[in-house]
Design a protein around this ligand. Sequence first.
Ligand code: 13P
Length: 288
Amino acid sequence: MALVNARDMLNKAKAGKYAVGQFNINNLEWTKAILLTAEECKSPVILGVSEGAGKYMCGYTTIVGMVKGMINELGITVPVALHLDHGSYEGAKKCIEAGFSSVMFDGSHYPIDENIAKTKELVELTNKLGLSLEAEVGAIGGEEDGVIGSGEVADPNECKMIADLGVTMLAAGIGNIHGKYPANWAGLSFDTLDAIQQLTGDMPLVLHGGTGIPADMIKKAISLGVSKINVNTECQLAFADATRKYIEAGKDLEGKGFDPRKLLAPGFEAIKATVKEKMELFGSVGKA
Ligand code: 13P
């Protein structure tokens, strides 16, 4: 199946009260693990690419080539969207040119008027090309250089202003953060989420920072209109943990255990298991 935009899969998820996972990719193993798991689970899936991961993987056209080739060679039949994560205005345009089917423009750090103006331009461009667009209000916090910032809580009226521009999906800060949650995390602000959903109606809402949010909070967020959940760090932790165990057990020193196809296999399987667990929790299994 060709790449699709995320509109249909997210509108269906919102109506059906489940969420589609966005899993960020970092290399070939990540991409293959996520695509194969989505196919096995008969789940729609969104492959997320941050600008940093884009550079790491040799640019957006390399990624488009890899993902399209894999969908073809692996016989993937479930809907797959290739999506820029937290894009700048320029990054979004580059991904559109390279052949991504979906982009996020994160204008949450701009004053609201500038966020609106830039998002509006990208709504027009993505609509013309049949792509989906995610916008953001209220920055998502997280750990950067060892400093942990608490997640902002978005203003529901600003969310409505951005939603009314005609974006496909809206990410709103509700106290969520990227990376691991600190022990004193206050949890998600469900009152804010409820207020946002009441003002934005059918708009699929996006929950960033999916790693480490307890299952009951995930379920409650879905019941309040979240239809896309982003997961990145959890796959990285699972990969690192499985790889460490392989090396600590000395398996790279046995026979041809140093062959990258063997060395990276436990990490690959760990990503698959993590993605499957999330798809089950989000309720997207069997929805492709
Ligand atoms: P985590 O790394 O916390 O899972 O967050 C992922 C994310 O929100 C990507 O945009």
